[in-house]
Design a protein around this ligand. Sequence first.
Ligand code: NAD
Length: 486
Amino acid sequence: MPTDGREAVRLCLHIGGAWVEAASGETFDSESPATGAVLAVVPDAGREDGRRAVKAAEQARQAMAALGVEERARLCEAIAERIEGRLDEVARTLSIEQGKPLREALGEVEFAARLYRDAAGYVRCLNTGVQPSPDPRKRVLTIRQPHGVVAVITPWNYPVGIPSEYLSAALATGNAVVWKPAPTTSLVASQLLQCLLDAGLPEGACNLVFGGSEVGEEIVANPGTRAVGFTGSFPVGNAVASQAGAKPLLLELGGNGPTIILDDADLDLAVEGAAFGCFSNAGQICQSSERVLVTPRVHDNVVSGLIGKAEAIRLGHPLDEETTMGPLNNEGVARKVDEHIADAIAKGATVVAGGERAGGFPTPLYYRPSVLDQVPRGSLIDDEETFGPVAPVIAVSDLDEAIEVANSCRYGLCCSVFTGSLRNAFCAAERLECGVVNVNETAAYWDGRTPFGGYSGKASGVGRLGGAATIESMTQLKSIVLDVGA
Ligand code: NAD
């Protein structure tokens, strides 16, 4: 097995342009889920470090806001170039630290680089309206301005791509940032930040703090922070919303998105799309096909197709070229998958592939790609986000029942529908309570530009990411009213 020959590195926080230790001197380890080896010794930031980081960002915020649009756009393009220049190195770190196969890691790093280029393009043509006034003496125009300091808190499942969604738009629009990545992907976060710094980011414009809830709470609640961008789980997102109070919030939370396969679907396409949605990134995607809802005529063929796809997966070390699925990222995720599968079995589901952790690997985080049939309503898999390599098949009688099952869940992020009928496609797309519906496409498809986020009032978040939507989320609208006289 490739070990990647790494020695553990000692990381630092990045505050106000300097690499520094945590005030407490405490550290934690970032371990590879593939080997269990310690990859990095990471400063464990607390409230004091959070305060220092926000202060540094406040000091940089005027300089960032004063940069012209062309300077900000060029800065983003330079960041994209730096990321592309270190593509292999960053992708290898991502792979060994997060657990995803190198091929998927390369795709994520390329995607991240594109986000900075995109942000440059969006900000160069950011238009705002001039509005007719009921008063003939007045002229009303609007401009978009940065929030000032934005706290960005991100998860471990796409630890280069997701931060880049926020960082690219926040920096392109002239904000200063305090970023807290997930603890288990600290090393790759440090490498991403280095790309930003190498591109010539002004001192203090992006501050990096490592750690958990203590520093997270500080940077969200600190009065110096004017807006918050958070991607993570629903419970933590809820806590972040309370800490943030009335600040502008972009919350991208969990999902339990179904993939609906109707009798009139192209079955090869549907099975391919469902399997990709269930097993890509070992199922650790907010957009995963968390449930596969299947109508009677195609049920058996879908189940056998999914079994075939699960059996074709090569579970292994993420840097091994043959590997198509790596380990789960951490024990908490693996335990939740165990719990959800056991609950489904206890309530009547049948395991037709996998269904347990795989033995014979250096860590217990390798999970067999699993297919469960006859998953009952009301099971944990049906109600909650599983976030693992599981294809749970739930039988439904028709499209109406599929929509009822889909909407009965508290989440509402992304759904996918496979059908040969335009009528069914639109009927599903319009009635599903989620932010994104992919038709005849895997649930896990997202181009980074399409508006993406949770359905109002459900547990998948508030606001929209994606292209121009992220640019809007990272800015505030100001109206300027001019009295030009009679
Ligand atoms: P998590 O909620 O446990 O942690 C997310 C981040 O919040 C981490 O950096 C964590 O350290 C930090 N955090 C924890 N407690 C905090 C607090 N009290 N205040 C501030 N920050 C705090 O999520 P995770 O396990 O890292 O990621 C998986 C979750 O993220 C899944 O639910 C997944 O669906 C979701 N996710 C959503 C999207 C989306 O776009 N909607 C994308 C990717 C992941």
